[in-house]
Design a protein around this ligand. Structure first.
Ligand code: GTR
Length: 328
């Protein structure tokens, strides 16, 4: 599994596909969807599974074509393309939506969920739906959350065992103010940067480290340059699959229903794909020389609690956090 490091170029073929492929030909609808990950990453496979489901249910009338490996751009750009209706669908992490859709900040808060299972229960239930419903104001239709496990810190300098070890490290974060605040709260220096630029930045020393889950640490080959992986598990932010409201509004009510149902089915499929890939990735990075350590999370939880005061501003957000904490 490889996602080629370095800045991603939008391929000419992909651009041509965007400019010439009408998504609504006479009676066949091929929805174009973007993903930053390589073709064999679970998120890509889950959307392809959704396409199979749709295609089967409509005798080939409705399907999805996924453009993987950031062919159509990095997440911040593809989100905009989806809002404008240039892209029909997009699979991104929730964090790059933080600055646009306030409620997406909630599942992006450090140490909010007590376990991956609790996160799934919250996101697959009414709280998850409330967050997805809030996308519509911004020209997007939230369809389903996908697993993303837990994110931990990795770097080129030293194992992170205590808060002191974070001091002064330059850490890449996804493009979100909340992530910048989170790293500052730990006494480190945040550098927001697109995913595809991280490998090069680790290599040149422009950054010392980043944070991600096992499958991304592996698929990007970041483990080859940043070998200290420290199990902070500070974030359990999910992935999300969404559609352009412009595309959505052109579809019949029946097709909208089919799409929602197929998206939920793909989220179930993703559970399976994810668990298998987490194991594969863990074993591969350890074999590849990554040095993994556990740490006492308490001081990190305490230090990061200040971001709640800073970013949880509305009564709706406060209430949602209370409901999540009450979910077993
Ligand atoms: C991955 C996620 C990607 C992207 C990436 C990042 O875990 O699946 O969508 O957001 O993290 O750190 O940019």
């Amino acid at each position: 599994m490889k996602r080629f490091p370095g800045k991603t170029l939008v391929s000419a073929a992909a651009l041509l596909a965007l400019s010439t492929l009408p998504s609504f030909a006479a009676d066949k609808i091929v929805l174009r969807s973007s993903d930053t990950h390589a073709a064999d990453y679970p998120t890509v496979k889950a959307v392809e599974y959704m396409s199979e489901v749709l295609s089967k249910e409509t005798n080939g009338r409705l399907s999805i074509k996924v453009f993987p490996a950031a062919q159509l751009g990095e997440e911040k750009d593809t989100i905009e393309q989806t809002q404008f209706g240039v892209l029909d669908m997009d699979r991104v992490n929730l964090v790059p939506l933080n600055n646009i859709i306030p409620l997406t900040q909630i599942p992006s808060l450090p140490f909010l969920f007590s376990s991956v299972d609790q996160a799934r229960r919250v996101l697959d239930g009414p709280i998850g739906d409330e967050i997805l419903d809030s996308f519509a104001d911004k020209g997007l239709i939230g369809l389903a959350f996908y697993d993303s496990g837990a994110r931990s810190f990795y770097n080129t300098v030293r194992p992170i065992k205590t808060l002191e070890d974070m001091k002064g490290l330059k850490i890449r974060v996804q493009q979100s103010d909340l992530m910048v605040g989170m790293i500052k709260a730990l006494g480190a220096n945040p550098t927001p940067m697109p995913f595809g630029e991280v490998y090069g930045a680790l290599q040149t020393g422009a950054i010392d480290g980043a944070e991600n889950n096992w499958p991304s640490y592996y698929s990007t080959r970041h483990f080859e340059v940043a070998k200290y992986y420290s199990l902070s598990e500070h974030l359990m932010t999910p992935e999300v699959l969404m559609m352009s409201k412009k595309t959505w509004d052109k579809m019949s009510k029946d097709d909208q229903k089919l799409i929602r149902a197929a998206a939920k089915k793909s989220a179930q499929k993703m559970h399976e794909l994810w668990e298998a890939q987490e194991k594969v990735a863990h074993d591969a990075v350890v074999k590849g020389g990554a040095q993994v350590n556990t740490l006492d999370k308490e001081p990190f939880i305490k230090a990061m609690s200040s971001v709640y005061d800073q970013y949880v501003t509305s009564p709706q957000m406060k209430d949602m956090i209370a409901r999540i904490r009450a979910t077993k």
